[in-house]
Write a new protein. Structure first.
Length: 93
């Protein structure tokens, strides 16, 4: 099942995403790369709540281990929903 998500994220390289971590830090940035473990590299990184995490405001790029991600928010317009539905159907059968 993880490969389905990996395939989807590969199509989102160079797109803007938001990532919420399990420690409640939320970041936005351009998806630079993703691997089969769903580790993510973001460029042009910004902290969603800079007044709460001022020590992170100087970051411009970040590597995020997949196991610390709670949630990823994608722009609906960046997703190919037909491709996603087809892939999900194939995985079920």
């Amino acid at each position: 099942k993880k490969m389905l998500f990996y395939s989807i994220f590969k199509t989102l390289v160079n797109k803007e995403i938001a990532v919420e971590l399990k420690n409640d830090i939320a970041l936005t940035g351009k998806l630079h790369s993703v691997d089969q473990y769903l580790n993510i590299k973001l460029l042009d990184t910004k902290v969603v709540n800079p007044e709460r995490y001022p020590q992170l405001t100087a970051m411009t790029s970040v590597f995020i281990r997949g196991s610390v991600v709670r949630y990823i928010q994608l722009n609906k317009d960046d997703l190919d929903l037909d491709l996603l539905q087809d892939a999900a159907r194939k995985q079920v059968t």
